[in-house]
Write a protein that binds this ligand. Structure first.
Ligand code: H2U
Ligand code: ZN
Length: 349
């Protein structure tokens, strides 16, 4: 990137949602005397009798998990969205506006093993997770009342994850939520203007530049996006223009499992801990319309900033004005790029 920009405060445009972010590269030496996170390393058993997600155990509502051997999906016992509710709407002068929102929440256990994470699973073990994402997206998305299926994983207590057992969630809604709605709008706009796909063009550009690439394989690539907000945020892109996980071939699913394993392993090597993040898929809406401009991708949003104990806060200016970052996306990418993506290689910590 141009050095007069990369050394001084500047703002970068996120073309996927149509927002600007502030970058302050000169500020990385800022001292920190605030809150640090506890990073006690725990060793976990393969089966924890007190875990509500382990096979054969009883959940908080009394339901008993089967002795599952691969992935296991159940309807969230404390679902934020409900499917069978009366339809209603209120609008008073455009100021007091509300409408009913139907939906479904599910929990997906990635493995029966309590001690694993995606980073410690093999690609072959992650393929069933990809298949489950695909199957649930198809099944939930085909319901007429569901307009969007959000598949995600919260990892680590720092991200509000309630249990270390490897698991993710699905929240599916009647309306398209704010962020996918903004991405839909921008991808449509770009395709109308340029006649090509925003993320296909973006990936081609990133591959030619190289400075923000983290890793790639035959079917997928991971970059620190030019407009990244979180310090070590990454964007996982399918190389083929396709709208959703169910469209992926067997080979692509294996490649996806491989790149997820490699990316999460790199993250774990960064600060020498099981790296916390929220990751999630952005697939085309399931509202029955055609979404040819949509390009399948996932975002990893990790909160850690400079060590295992110092995280980034989105407060002050960021709450009131716009997001801001200190280290440049290029320097974050350079660090992630050189980290090992295997466990038998020495890590840099
Ligand atoms: P996290 O991914 O943030 O840890 O959330 C786990 C979900 O599991 C959470 O949404 C659900 C919670 O409602 N849950 C159950 O459905 N059953 C239980 O017995 C405990 C937790
Ligand atoms: Zn468990």
């Amino acid at each position: 990137m141009d050095s007069t920009l990369s050394k001084f405060p500047h703002r970068r445009y996120n073309p996927l949602v149509g927002e600007w972010i502030l970058v302050s590269p000169h500020r990385t030496q800022r001292p920190w005397q605030g809150q640090t996170e506890d990073t006690v390393k725990e060793t976990r058993p393969q089966h924890d009798p007190s875990c509500y997600l382990c096979p054969g155990n009883t959940r908080a509502n009394g339901a008993v998990n089967p002795s599952y051997k691969s992935t296991y999906v159940f309807t969230n016992d404390f679902s934020a969205l409900l499917d069978d509710i009366p339809e209603n709407r209120q609008d008073t002068d455009g100021l007091l506006t509300a409408e009913s929102e139907r939906g479904i929440c599910k929990v997906i256990c990635f493995s029966p093993r309590h001690d694993l994470t995606l980073a410690h699973m093999t690609a072959d073990e992650i393929v069933p997770v990809v298949d489950t994402w695909a199957q649930e997206t198809l099944e939930i998305g085909s319901r007429p009342e569901i307009g969007y299926v959000e598949v995600f994983e919260n990892r680590g207590a720092m991200m509000g994850c309630s249990n270390p057992h490897p698991h993710g969630q699905i929240w599916a809604t009647e309306h398209i939520p704010n962020i996918p709605a903004a991405e839909l709008h921008r991808q449509n706009e770009y395709m109308q203007e340029k006649g090509s796909c925003l993320l296909c063009d973006y990936l081609a550009l990133e591959k030619s530049k190289g400075e923000r690439m983290v890793c790639e394989n035959e079917h997928f690539a991971v970059v620190v996006p030019y407009w990244a907000t979180w310090p070590f945020e990454t964007l996982l892109l399918s190389k083929r223009h396709t709208e959703s996980i169910p469209n992926l071939s067997r080979e692509e699913r294996l490649s996806l499992a491989d790149i997820i394993r490699r990316t999460t392993t790199k993250y774990d090597h960064l600060f020498g801990i099981s790296f916390p993040y929220s990751m999630g898929w952005h697939q085309a809406p399931t509202d029955g319309a055609e979404h040819k401009s949509w390009h399948l991708h996932a975002h990893f949003f990790p909160p850690l900033l400079r060590s295992a104990t110092v995280k980034k806060f989105m407060v002050g200016f960021e709450m009131l004005a716009m997001p801001q970052r200190d280290i440049t996306p290029e320097s974050a990418a350079a660090r992630l790029q050189e980290l090992p993506d295997e466990w038998n290689q020495p890590c840099n910590q």
